[in-house]
Design a binder for this molecule. Sequence first.
Ligand SMILES: Nc1nc2c(ncn2[C@@H]2O[C@H](COP(=O)(O)OP(=O)(O)OP(=O)(O)O)[C@@H](O)[C@H]2O)c(=O)[nH]1
Ligand SMILES: [Mg+2]
Length: 372
Amino acid sequence: MKELHKTEPEAPRVFLAGLRDSSISAEEAADLAAELAGLARTLDLDIAGSEIVHVREQNPRYGMGSGKARELADKALAAGARCIVFDRELSPSQQRNWETLSGISAADRQELIIRIFAARAKTREAGLQAELAELLYALPRLSHKYVDLARQRGGHYGTRGSGETRLETDKRLVRKRIGELRKEIEDVRRSRRIQRRQRERQGTPVCALVGYTNAGKSSLHRALTGSEAAVEDKLFATLDPTARRVSRPGPSGSRRNIIFTDTVGFIRRLPHNLVDAFRSTLEEAAEADILIHVLDASDPAREARSRTVLDVLEDLGAGNIPLITALNKVDLLGREEAAVLEGEFPGSAAVSAKNKQGLDRLWNLLEKKLKL
Ligand SMILES: Nc1nc2c(ncn2[C@@H]2O[C@H](COP(=O)(O)OP(=O)(O)OP(=O)(O)O)[C@@H](O)[C@H]2O)c(=O)[nH]1
Ligand SMILES: [Mg+2]
């Protein structure tokens, strides 16, 4: 099955539909649309076209008026797309309505993110969590046309069949597998907890690097620890928390240890199924003694990114952990701009993980906060 999918010559052609209503500004809609294109590129999808639809009429059937919906479906078909990807969560029934209307597959941002996680999961733990997220997402959508995007993993949960009986069997199998996965993940979580307790007993403080995907967390982790974590200009390059201990010279010849954990990146509208499935990984941040929030300072949307990260941290129960902001990629900014930014973000250090710039200031902030 996998082989068959690997040899598929063409990338699936998709049409991207950003949606804008009165709740978001034109700027934010454009930024979200650009991000959706980034997610599609990460999956190697062939972008046939894109459009930001201005939604004035809230029709629950399609999430927009039926005239607009028809127009959008026609555009996607004319562009030769095999799938329309919406930048908004589609309910299972909306997804079906779109597929009936257009005759092609309909997907949403959540599905792209879940597919990326599934495609990039390398370790057993990440694999279990990604599969759980996929199944939680798939369960209410077993009749959805998965053909297009499933090629990354080969639609292993059998959605090809048709007819009630087949679907009911699938549902039972999927539920059973979800139960197994939850149990296996709980085991992994338990051993993580034990590891953490051991570290606590040794009194070694843990610093987790958190932040938006592609902000440079792995790069900074590498710069601080000299480790070899994968750095890639792709979204969600890291799915497993990599921990590494660093020994620093302390007062009067003593040594101070600190553990740095690299973590999975955040993104706006993170699928709740994914947060649920990846809770044990995300917990690494919630259990840290201190957080370094890595922010891409060269990104014009850095304020929105920063807010997303702080919101997710709050959700994870990590809102009260001391936090230092590392304004990363300042090599792409002018010196003055970097200084102004440091003023705007209290308790921050302008750094470049790439050029190893500003790391002394970051260490100072860290040692002060940890009272090392
Ligand atoms: N110019 C510049 N680029 C950087 C810097 N730090 C990281 N990058 C680049 O930003 C991209 C993302 O870096 P990563 O370290 O993989 O980012 P991440 O936050 O770990 O990303 P995910 O694991 O995907 O969430 C890579 O192309 C890096 O080379 C920096 O200080 N300056
Ligand atoms: Mg990373």
